[in-house]
Design a protein around this ligand. Structure first.
Ligand SMILES: [Zn+2]
Length: 468
């Protein structure tokens, strides 16, 4: 039975015609190449002649033998060369010489400094020379430079911190190009860190060199153009930076994914930009503090031109667009950034005179005590930060807690944090904030902080205290 190929069309085969007996004989004769030697002179029976005949008759065999022989010779040649080169390129595993500046070099056993294919350096040994402040113990160790930058390592951990930012110590292997995760190894008096990690995150102040042929590891300070009293150049302060390492999210860090009714994309970056600047009675802003400001685009009372920090302004715009989307339209901003000078005028002139008129017999002390119950002394107003706003509705003649009864307040109570804002002066936080309840005053802190403050029911002061 003919096997059919399912996929290919069937091809009719040509029938093979049988050969005649004579034709077969002819083909055989040609194949055997039998020599009729009857008409030739007798053969030369010498060894050389025999070999010649053999060679002529068996050209293929001889050629093959020559090729094999040559190949063997070449192979042996390569083998020897390989062995020689292997012997000369075998990595130098003798003790490693460590040179720290002009100090007397010392040696460390190779196996102590090269572990799992990674070259390590004892940062603890370099710290005094590099002018690093060491703190910590066998659990973790921190090396701070006078530039304010620092490295922090945990024992047996592949993770380190560069200026507080979490990174994984993935380094190219020692004497190779493969990327390997490497751990910090801490003992009582040593802190071994991957050489290539250190080299990567030291931006200035220290030069690290590895001499592969002689197994010498050297550390040199780099110098500034500034000369000291003895006309010697001053060493550059060590500067650490994350460089090419990827900053990892903090463990347990929440990422908030809210859904919005408006197109949030153009606003999200601003909403997520944290700003925890504190201004209160204990922490006043200086007279000269002026944030970078932007005119706000949302509805303002009496169409006044008001200013906010750029991110706060963008976040506010998004928040009010979303409010409009759900039908909360009776809301406007009545105050935003207020300068030190403006606060000074309000406090020392406007409010002072109002109280003086009401209570002509009061002393200045009594008057200011009264003014302080509703106004902030210059420098202590959060409005100077450019991060907060006061809301007003058409039902209000002035700022008061009747705002609590408006749809705007109802919506803000449950949604402001999604836009990075918090109710700043809550009822039960008066003792901490130093301000009485202000249902109309909202402060921008950024999405993450706002969510935590909202979820935990804490105020900014408490949030900041928990951060430290
Ligand atoms: Zn306010």
């Amino acid at each position: 039975m003919k096997r059919k190929n399912k996929h290919l069309p069937e091809i009719e085969q040509e029938p093979i015609e049988a050969l005649s007996f004579e034709e077969i004989q002819l083909i055989r004769a040609a194949r055997e190449k039998t020599e009729d030697r009857s008409q030739l002179p007798p053969r030369d029976q010498s060894e050389k002649a025999k070999l010649g005949r053999f060679a002529r008759k068996n050209k293929l065999v001889v050629a093959s033998a020559i090729v094999i022989l040559l190949a063997m010779l070449v192979g042996i040649g390569f083998g020897i060369a390989g062995m020689i080169s292997f012997a000369t390129s075998r990595p130098n595993t003798s003790d490693i010489t460590v040179e720290i500046g002009e100090e007397k070099p010392f040696t460390v056993p190779y196996d102590e400094m090269v572990r799992d294919g990674v070259l390590y350096v004892d940062l603890r040994a370099i710290a005094p020379f590099a002018d690093l402040i060491v703190s910590g113990s066998t659990e973790y160790m921190q090396f701070a430079s006078r530039s304010g930058t620092f490295l922090r390592f945990e024992n047996d951990s592949e993770f380190a911190r560069i200026n507080g930012k979490l990174v994984e110590m993935i380094v190219k292997e020692f004497r190779g190009n493969e990327e390997l995760p490497a751990k910090a190894i801490l003992t009582k008096d040593k802190c071994y860190v991957p050489y290539r990690f250190l080299k990567e995150c030291v931006m200035d102040g220290l030069q690290l060199r590895w001499n592969d042929e002689e197994n010498i590891l050297s550390f040199r300070r780099t110098y500034t153009d500034i000369l000291d009293e003895e006309k010697q150049p001053i060493a550059a302060t060590l500067l650490f930076d994350v460089g090419s390492f990827t900053v990892l999210p903090e463990p347990g860090e929440k990422t908030y994914e809210y859904s919005y009714l408006i197109d949030i994309e153009p606003y999200l970056e601003s909403i997520q930009t944290e700003n925890l600047l504190l201004a209160n009675k204990q922490t006043p802003l200086g007279e000269d503090f002026v944030p970078a400001l932007e005119e706000i685009t949302v509805a303002t009372a009496n169409k006044r031109i008001l200013y906010l920090d750029a991110h706060a302004a963008r976040a506010l715009e998004a928040m009010m667009l979303e409010m409009a989307e759900v039908g909360v339209t009776d809301v406007m901003v009545t105050s935003a950034y207020r300068s030190y000078k403006r606060q000074y005028e309000l406090f020392h002139v406007t409010y002072y005179q109002q109280e003086k008129a009401k209570h002509p017999t009061w002393t200045d002390e009594q008057i200011y005590a009264e003014v302080l119950t509703y106004s902030a002394a210059p420098g202590t107003s959060e409005h100077q930060t450019g991060l907060c706003i006061d809301f007003l509705t058409s039902t209000m003649n002035e700022l008061n807690n009747s705002f609590e009864g408006t749809p705007a307040f109802e919506w803000l109570s449950h949604n402001a944090h999604r836009f990075g804002f918090v109710l700043r002066y809550d009822k039960d936080k008066v003792d901490i904030t130093g301000y009485s309840y202000e249902s109309w005053h909202y402060r921008f802190v950024g999405l993450e902080a706002a969510t935590e403050i909202y979820e935990k029911g804490i105020c900014l002061e408490e949030y900041l205290a928990a951060q430290n």
